[in-house]
Write a protein that binds this ligand. Structure first.
Ligand code: FAD
Ligand code: NAD
Length: 474
């Protein structure tokens, strides 16, 4: 008899959610994680809670409030005197949020009777997992099913080793004790833009070097162009088509050498963040004889249901194909738990939303306009600007727009693309609409409360049929 029905390796948003769903479905479940927090104690929650989604959003919020008071308080007749930032206090708030949330997951494990093991898990063979740690002898667990949820790590750049003193990865950049005078960032992707925004708002001069000719590769190109315009207006110095070739450390920071087209250029910065993507983390996860082999990208190969080639071994989240997003990892975890327990369970990968928590925020789901064009799918596009929304005016958030793409023949919504305030929340209406196979007409006939930013979604759906109310239709 096995020790457990399910053993999950990794307690990030993929693994811990899978473990909780397994336990809810009556499966005897264990979860293993090797994470050690700053205070030297084991921690659950993975990248997302410890050094990813949550701490970055805490700093984005603090820095946005700081900038908002400076730039906009006076518009409301509020005079606040000299405004200053206490970076240590801001970081302490972020750390408190992290420890409350990770503590909450531990409590959920206890209440769901999930057995947690601190240590490194390795799949030795089908149904056998070895746990090793520095302070205990190895342990072996047996299980009917094993879920691999080992997450990801930053992609390193050759010759630019992260020391978290001068050259930082994203985790290090969430813990700057002072605001750098000049901050360089390699990569204008999600991390570069979010963390660049944080430190610029707090007073750093930020230069982002991006190898590609546009921002945010997977985004709709109209949104990416608008984002570049807005970020540049805020003072983020984003240099496109600039490939970093070498970094030399100096007494005061480092010199970053890069190729701008064919020209050799360089900049001196006090600190440098390397944010050029993430890759699956699978070090020591798989015994060479366990039967599971990695693909060419270093990911664990899985089918549409997250099953590996070995029966009883599943893999989810950043360790497998697809976007590296916490909600994608969690939904895969739930689907796998349900397949193990009841034989069904599904995630629709075509309705996974993206959100970038800059100001303005950026969010999208489904196909981009470029994808529809290249696939020859006839479509209509309905656009509505926040500048024409009463609520957006009232809250001073008039930048950006929403674009709804619908099939010209069936009117089914195929994509939604948003840039503006609170679009991290508004996108979920579009996700539901696409999941329910709604048409632009369905959205247009749905009553939206007034005055809300969500009326912009409504107006964009109306605009897909050329009948937006608060827009001059030409
Ligand atoms: P992880 O969260 O990486 O968890 C994997 C866990 O497995 C870790 O705790 C690790 O210690 C453990 N582990 C690995 N190998 C072993 C082993 N052999 N034995 C035991 N334990 C092991 N995504 C969003 O959706 N929204 C955001 O706003 C967002 N912001 C982000 C901001 C930053 C700065 C970063 C870096 C990432 C962000 N992400 C965001 C991405 C998100 O964090 C990941 O997609 C998500 O954490 C993936 O979940 P996961 O469970 O697959 O892996
Ligand atoms: P990314 O893939 O979003 O962006 C990396 C960027 O670096 C790309 O634009 C790429 O062209 C550029 N680049 C690569 N090599 C370069 C070089 N030598 N010189 C200059 N530019 C170079 O990766 P990221 O920003 O590191 O984030 C990793 C992942 O973490 C994201 O893809 C996402 O899955 C996840 N994440 C999500 C969120 C969110 O959902 N809000 C936030 C942060 C991170």
């Amino acid at each position: 008899m096995s020790d457990f029905d399910v053993v999950v390796i990794g307690a990030g948003p993929g693994g811990y959610v899978a473990a909780i769903r397994c336990a809810q479905l009556g499966l005897k479940t264990a979860c293993i994680d090797r994470w050690v927090s700053k205070n030297g104690k084991p921690s659950v929650g993975g990248t997302c809670l410890n050094v990813g989604c949550i701490p970055s959003k805490a700093l984005l919020d603090s820095s946005e409030r700081y900038e908002d008071i400076q730039l906009h308080a006076a518009d409301h007749g509020i005079h606040s005197g000299d405004v200053s930032i206490d970076v240590e206090k801001m970081l302490a708030r972020k750390d408190k949020i992290v420890s409350e949330l990770t503590g909450g997951i531990s409590a959920l494990f206890k209440s769901n009777k999930i057995v947690f093991y601190a240590g490194h898990g390795c799949l030795v063979e089908t149904g056998v997992v070895r746990i090793s740690s520095d302070d205990q002898a190895d342990q072996t667990l047996t299980a009917k099913h094993v879920i691999l949820a080992s997450g990801s790590e930053p992609v390193p750049l050759p010759g630019m080793a992260v020391d978290n003193k001068t050259i930082f990865d994203s985790a290090g950049a969430l813990d700057f004790r002072t605001v750098p005078k000049k901050l360089g960032i390699i990569g204008a992707g999600v991390i570069g833009l979010e963390l660049g925004s944080v430190w610029r708002r707090l007073g750093a001069e930020v230069v982002i070097l991006e190898a590609a000719d546009s921002l945010l590769g997977p985004a709709d190109s109209m949104i990416a162009r608008e984002a570049k315009k807005q970020f540049s207006r805020q003072g983020l110095d984003i240099r496109l088509g600039c490939k970093v070739t070498q970094v030399e450390k100096s007494k005061d920071g480092c010199t970053v050498h890069y190729l701008d087209g064919e020209n050799n250029e360089s900049i001196d910065v006090e600190r440098l963040i390397v944010a050029v993507g993430r890759r699956p983390y699978t070090d020591g996860l798989l015994d060479p004889n366990c039967g599971v082999e990695l693909d060419d990208n270093g990911a664990v190969p899985v089918d549409d249901h997250c099953a590996t080639a070995v029966p009883g071994v599943w893999a989810i989240g950043d360790a497998v194909r697809g976007p590296m997003l916490a909600h994608k990892a969690s939904e895969e975890g739930i689907a796998v738990a349900e397949r193990i327990a009841v034989g069904t369970g599904h995630i629709d990968h075509s309705t996974i939303p993206w959100v970038i928590y800059t100001h303005p925020e950026i969010a999208w789901v489904g196909a981009t306009e470029d994808e529809l064009k290249s696939q020859g799918i006839p479509y209509t596009a309905g656009m509505f600007p926040f500048a024409a929304s009463g609520r957006a005016k009232a809250v001073g958030a008039t930048e950006g727009f929403i674009k709804i793409l619908a099939c010209r023949d069936s009117d089914r919504i195929l994509g939604a693309h948003m840039i503006g305030s609170q679009v991290s929340e508004l996108i979920n209406e579009a996700v539901l609409a696409i999941s329910m196979e709604a048409s632009a007409e369905d959205l247009a006939r749905t009553v939206h409360a007034h005055p809300t930013l969500a009326e912009t979604v409504h107006e964009a759906a109306l605009a897909a049929h050329g009948r937006a109310i608060h827009k001059v239709n030409r």
